[in-house]
Ligand binder design. Structure first.
Ligand SMILES: Nc1ncnc2c1ncn2[C@@H]1O[C@H](COP(=O)(O)OP(=O)(O)OP(=O)(O)O)[C@@H](O)[C@H]1O
Ligand SMILES: Nc1ncnc2c1ncn2[C@@H]1O[C@H](COP(=O)(O)OP(=O)(O)OP(=O)(O)O)[C@@H](O)[C@H]1O
Ligand SMILES: [Mg+2]
Ligand SMILES: [Mg+2]
Lengths: 295, 295
């Protein structure tokens, strides 16, 4: 999450999911942005999803079956090699990426659910609808596969959709562009995390920041990273959800392949596996897995 | 406006305003984004504005005096040379930039005004409150200065704040990053323009697109520009608000100075007047003035 626009939330969600799958993990990604860019990045178009429930249907209608909303994006064998997209294999559990797609109607969900905010019902729709997948796993043929990760891609706002994600999440990853304005919004972001953790999700933690579109040679980037590290270190003793937050390594360098691959509906690992973008996200995935597993 | 995040809306608003002022024009800029980055870019902090009405106050309370919400950012003499920031000079009318700052509470304005959407009152708050400045000019000492331009910086969404801007504007400028996802959202953006022009503002036009953070050497940027030009050209005969839309020249090249200057609360013209960023926005300002004056 990050309320600032265009900082790499969607690119990070798609790339980390694919990188986890290449390590044999099972990842459910949820597109909370009415703009639907996560789905596009993963090769799913509006037509593909027209005949099945999407996140909007799930949030508004308890009758919409959550299993029908999940679509398989890619499968890997347990060592992470991509296998065909057939459902329900036998033997060892596959890794892979599954998606609950968004819908343009999500843009109105805040007004549509406004009447049910006071009770906290509107803020817990993802808890209520997706919780079962976290608990029971996702349907794959006639078996259910337990999930290793659920990644939620938020829109650039601190509204009801992002609050739903925070109410459900175990940890928050904050993609940030190493520009001045990135730091400026961080205080408000953390305040929102604090309020949601108080009201709805006491176990919520901010595990760390991902530096996106990092221009390694510039003074600006260096200063922003230094200021960010200082900010996080000052907060270590405070017993806040971000007291343990780190800057994940490595930073993700600016790389044209990461800008190109969404137009092919592919992650950078399919589109340009030798690029800096693939290398950086692969190493980042290793750091996130190591960091998360000790939480 | 552009619902996609981080594409250069704020940078373009601040830089064009300063470029216009350097040509002796008088520009009112209005920050519609609860994140308040336009104010920051122009050197205005939350403390500076605490004792005066901001845009949230104007939209919620008809009693808040609009003249009090306007603050002078910079003044130029009529040939565009920056003069000191004193109010109410004599003689020839100065150019300059004036700001109506935003406020974090704007994030809630959609819910707060939800009950008054049906009548169209909520969508026309800017028309109602700012219209008087367009008509009578802004207060400068004991005289009123007529405005040459009003620039409204929108948040990354197509919600009530952006609708307010569209209901008031004469023309729409769309900053776009020359990446794939930029084109993908354009259809929805234009649909919103169409709906608002139908309901509230029949004279509304899309004058054109500003290409931001343009990476001139890349194939991706070249292809995106070509696809965009084709899209605009196909729409020429349709009698839509964007039938005459152009791609403004020149594109704004990616330039680290444009990323650095907000942290100093300065426009690129103060911070790095010899940079590519300053040159590109200055030339763009000339194109926009030429294009706009024939509308
Ligand atoms: N490391 C990178 N190098 C180059 N381009 C990048 C990189 N990361 C992301 N991009 C591109 O920058 C743009 C913005 O990235 P992205 O869509 O991931 O941001 P976002 O935070 O999800 O945006 P939004 O706030 O609109 O949801 C996209 O066109 C994307 O392809
Ligand atoms: N031409 C450029 N070269 C380099 N950096 C740029 C350029 N234009 C803008 N930036 C930087 O990119 C980031 C995003 O730009 P900006 O804030 O203007 O986008 P925005 O569309 O207003 O974002 P939001 O959707 O959050 O309002 C900022 O850190 C800004 O300083
Ligand atoms: Mg996104
Ligand atoms: Mg902005």
């Amino acid at each position: 999450m990050n309320q600032k626009g265009g900082v790499g939330k969607t690119t990070t969600t798609a790339s980390l999911a694919a990188a986890f799958a290449r390590r044999g993990k099972r990842v459910l990604v949820i597109d909370l942005d009415p703009q639907g860019h996560l789905g596009l990045h993963l090769g799913v178009t509006a037509d593909d999803v027209a005949d099945r429930p999407n996140l909007y249907d799930l949030m508004l209608d308890d009758g919409a079956p959550v299993d029908d909303s999940v679509r398989c994006i890619l499968r890997t064998d347990e060592s992470g090699v991509q296998s065909d997209n057939g459902a329900g294999g036998r033997g060892a559990l596959p890794g892979g990426v599954w998606l609950v797609p968004s819908d343009v109607n999500l843009a109105g969900v805040e007004s549509e659910l406004a009447g049910r905010m006071a009770t906290g019902w509107a803020q817990r729709r993802i808890v209520q609808r997706i919780g079962v997948l976290a608990r029971d796993g996702i349907l794959d043929g006639d078996r259910r596969l337990p999930l290793d990760f659920i990644l939620m891609d938020c829109p650039p706002s601190l509204g009801l959709l992002t609050v739903n994600a925070l109410a459900f999440a175990r940890e928050v990853i904050v993609p940030m562009q190493t520009h001045f304005l990135a730091l400026e919004g961080l205080g408000r972001l953390l305040k929102t995390v604090f309020l949601v953790s108080q009201s709805f999700n006491p176990a919520l933690l901010v595990s760390g920041v991902v530096l996106c579109m990092h221009e390694t040679q510039t003074l600006l980037a260096t200063e922003v990273v230094r200021d960010l590290q200082a900010y996080l270190d000052q907060n270590r003793k405070l017993e806040m959800p971000w007291s343990e937050a780190v800057i994940f390594q490595p930073p993700i360098r600016r790389n044209i392949r990461l800008a190109e691959c969404p137009s092919f509906g592919k992650t950078v690992f399919d589109y340009a596996p030798q690029s800096n973008g693939a290398e950086d996200y692969d190493r980042l995935a290793g750091s996130v897995i190591a960091h998360t597993s000790h939480l």
